[in-house]
Design a protein around this ligand. Sequence first.
Ligand code: F0G
Length: 474
Amino acid sequence: MPNSSTSSPPPLRTAGQQLRRRSWAEPWKIKMVEPIRLTTADQRAAALTAAGYNTFLLRSEDVYIDLLTDSGTSAMSDWQWAGLMLGDEAYAGSKNFYHLEDTVRRHYGYRHLIPTHQGRGAEHILSQILIRPGDTVPGNMYFTTTRYHQEHAGARFVDVVIDAAHDPADPHPFKGNVDLAKLEHVLTTAERVPYVCLAATVNMAGGQPVSLANARAVRELCSRHGVPVMLDATRAVENAWFIKCREPGCADRTCADILREFCSYTDGCTMSGKKDPLVNIGGWLSLNDDALADKARNLVVVYEGLHTYGGMAGRDMEAMARGIEESVQDDHMRARVGQVEYLGELLQSAGVPIVVPVGGHAIYLDARRFYPDMPQDQFPAQMLAAELYLDAGVRAMERGIVSAGRDVRTGQHHFPKLELVRLTIPRRVYTQAHMDVVAESVEAVYHQPRKPRGLRMVYEPEYLRFFQARFEPI
Ligand code: F0G
């Protein structure tokens, strides 16, 4: 990938020298394409106004390069598409369920698999079976739907991620790590902690990884307090790739091997199959404890579907089992994270302020440094996502004050330190040329002399407001 296609790259070799660098390319070729179209500036202005300045409310046909999310947007392989034809659509006991169960056991290592329609379905069930009103759930930074389900079940979420995670410029290699002192404080002072929520990677911090050493230490600390650790495994394979690249002693191990060890420090996981596992829909809850798994199976039939399909068609379970197999291959991860890094390098070399180190699934733009004079309650990141769409039809997502929502007790906005816009890279979908176009558009918006004044929120939904809120320019 980093064999840039832009103008006159430096020569790879001068006479008589060895190659300075060998490029790599994706371990796949393209078999089918989906046309996309570039709109005019006037069309984009009209579409953005109709969408209330919220990129979630744009029609995807009006988007040129869609970096809203990496969730459910992956391209499936021919082997996954072939698997769709082998869907066993029996109501109960589909053979695809057993294939999925076997695959999850082999790669993630947990004993029980409870399928759900997507990640938040698993979060709902886990929160309902473990949390009692008044509980405290510590975690390495919040995620929107995860915290919602914890609070909905009556818990208070407490952030125990290391301080570096809240600083976009801190180069710590494992910014997703849990601060063990903060965690110990919660474990010793809170009345009841039903479980610790460990996310790998940490989405809201910029797709930042957790080290194996930190996961092991969290496990030891929680075992001493008799508290289980539940993993948000949504991007745990990307996390394993960072461990391979950054953690001493791990360079010669495979992602698959690291993933197994990482999960072994936890007691179960919630999973959005729409990310690492390379499918467009699906998820699961995994648990090691037999009694807890029984409780989860009792609830899954109420909210999701029978315990052997959980809201997925048989063919969806087959595609996910195959996607997991592909996702743990080192060659896949090198290209997946490598493409994100490529975009990050382009932006950094253009002086654009981004969160460093570059994370696994996205580049996060630091909206505060785009608009240093804009107060946070005029929604700088929401404004920046709108400006990016206006420039060239690139769709990004706000990850700042709008996403953070309101404090359930005081009703005031949460004011997160990070006010970010996420350029999220779908897996196996866009080429290096798309990344070049995105980088040029971001650079143009960053250097634009006329700075916007910000937005006011004119419609605010009660739950997970970022999805459907509407805004107007001030
Ligand atoms: N956990 C993490 C870390 C996530 O990023 C997501 C979804 C979920 C849980 C919930 O999973 O969407 O399948 O219900 N993240 C998407 C995103 C929406 O764009 O980052 P889900």
